[in-house]
Design a protein around this ligand. Structure first.
Ligand code: PMP
Length: 412
């Protein structure tokens, strides 16, 4: 029985809104609480968090001494809904010269990337609307669309990201055009794949021909450690109001700050503000002040350089470990940045069943089915290589192989 079904059955008899049915929850996020409850040693490849060592906590603490200390009482007040002006300014400056360079009239500070996705759906998705999602996809994003009553159309992903021609075909078969196309174009969560330049152009072309919005959700783009950079969909869209870009500080600085931003057509800004004012008023001001200090202090660039080098080392370590322990029974992706690898088992083991056994063996991952609204990919799993150093990674992958062998009913 799925957890969604069991929670529905245990609900009290109350006059729920129809949309409560669409609140499907997140296997990914639930793993945080699950792992907190474990007492034994676990190598954690599950959550998409930056390495604890990679979070610039010493710099942030130092910034906090002045930005949040005595004499800075205004840092605990309500903030402007569109974002604290000093952070807005610092962010515009930090983005200058990047593929995400933008202007004040397009920028709205949000409480993380998830809020950007929620705001998008609140403004654009009516019950019954068709929304294209990648398959596999970041199901917190698809769950947001579901919570507004969307119908999802899963489009396969390969090494070059979403198969855009397959999208055209599937949309034709669906007999109606999508209201929105949800893509994670760069170092995709969960596959690590990057949408090729040709497909980026084609996706925008199709979106324009259908009048579909494009949700360009790109939290990992600044974490490229190999290959050539590609322009973001935001940049290629060149101000097209159909492109709604969702960004976050969660992966490049720290997820617990819960600060991100949306880059969208200027005409949407007042709507976004209105939606926020009926939601959470503003983004946490102390967190915005910490980030302002981080950006104006010139820390971001050095931080990103160090992070990219470290994540490259970690990805390579995970590849080495996979070659050693999984070479005979699996294949995996080779991302050029970001946090994730996608492993496909070729020996018939169901990764949802594998999860419990692996946890007992001391290693955590997210089963593939958690990345498909219709439960595809029971032969696959997502591994986050970013959170764990090379030696622990080797140990974790060895544990994972032991768990696979237990489930497969044999040992090597
Ligand atoms: N989109 C994608 C693709 C993500 O991977 C994440 C975080 N895992 C988010 C959005 C949400 O970001 P945040 O934590 O800032 O809400």
């Amino acid at each position: 029985m799925s957890s969604a079904m069991s929670s529905a059955m245990s609900r009290p008899m109350l006059p729920f809104a129809a949309r409560a049915e669409g609140l499907v929850g997140s296997v990914i996020d639930s793993s945080t609480s699950l792992l907190h409850r474990q007492q034994h040693d676990i190598v954690r490849f599950a959550m998409g968090s930056p390495a604890v060592e990679a979070v610039p906590s010493a710099v942030l603490r130092q910034i906090g001494v002045t930005a949040l200390g005595p004499g800075a009482a205004d840092a605990y007040d309500y903030a402007a809904t569109e974002g604290d002006p000093p952070l807005r300014e610092a962010l515009l400056a930090a983005l200058r010269g990047t593929s995400d360079e933008t202007t004040a009239d397009r920028l709205t500070i949000t409480s993380g990337g998830m809020q950007g996705l929620d705001l998008f759906c609140k403004i654009f998705i009516d019950p019954g609307d068709l929304v294209v999602v990648e398959s596999p996809t970041y199901t917190n994003g698809s769950a947001t669309a579901l919570s507004y009553g969307a119908h999802l159309l899963e489009v396969p992903v390969d090494r070059e990201g979403m198969q855009v021609d397959a999208m055209a075909q599937l949309v034709e078969e669906a007999g109606r055009t999508p209201k929105a196309i949800y893509t994670i174009p760069t170092f995709q969560n969960p596959s690590g794949a990057t949408l090729s330049l040709a497909r980026r152009h084609r996706l925008l072309e199709l979106a324009r021909s259908w009048g579909s919005m494009v949700i360009d959700d790109d939290p990992y783009g600044l974490l490229r450690f190999a290959g050539d950079p590609l322009p973001t969909l935001r940049e290629l869209g060149a101000g097209d109001p159909l492109v709604f870009a969702v960004r976050t500080f969660s992966k490049i600085v720290a997820p617990g700050l819960r600060v991100g931003w949306v880059d969208s057509a200027p005409e949407l800004q007042q709507l976004l503000i209105n939606a926020r004012q009926a939601m959470d008023t503003c983004t946490n001001l102390p967190a915005q002040r910490l980030l302002t200090g981080f950006l104006t202090g010139g820390h971001l660039d050095d931080h990103l350089v160090a992070q990219r080098a470290e994540y490259r080392r970690r990805k390579e370590a995970m590849h080495r470990a996979l070659r050693e322990h999984f070479g005979d029974i699996a294949r995996w992706t080779d991302p050029e940045g970001g946090f994730f690898l996608w492993v496909t088992l070729e020996n018939g083991v169901n990764t949802t069943e594998l999860f419990e056994v692996a946890l007992a063996e001391g290693v955590a991952f997210i089963p593939g089915a958690a990345f498909s609204p219709s439960g595809r990919f029971t032969d696959a799993l997502r591994l986050c290589f970013a959170s764990t150093g090379p030696e622990r990674t080797l140990e974790g992958i060895a544990r994972l192989r032991r768990a696979v062998d237990i489930v497969a009913g044999g040992s090597r």
